[in-house]
Write a protein that binds this ligand. Sequence first.
Ligand SMILES: [Zn+2]
Length: 117
Amino acid sequence: MTNKEELRDEIPSYAFIALARRGMEKISLDQCFLKNCDNESPELLEPFKKEEYEDDKKQTKEIHIKCKKCNGVFILKLVTLKRVAKSTKENSEEPLSMGMVYALDENKKNLGHIGYF
Ligand SMILES: [Zn+2]
């Protein structure tokens, strides 16, 4: 059984959003991503469950988080692409180490791509 602090450690502190012509903006993932909720207090966010799965291309972690301000539940979905195996044909391929983070609602409906971590 994973405890809450361990779950919290699985969540990156920040995500990065690419802005057109203005570089990257850093945003905190310590916030509620549900509509009409402005909770940005980590004390009011309680991660309680993790799902993890992977295929040959990517590793996916879904952290379920309860917001104590709006009493909603949302999921931070962290997708890490696996490094492309070196092949002689495609040695120009850049290793991709960035992960992508999405917010999902309780029913796993995608609320949007948040950014990169
Ligand atoms: Zn909330």
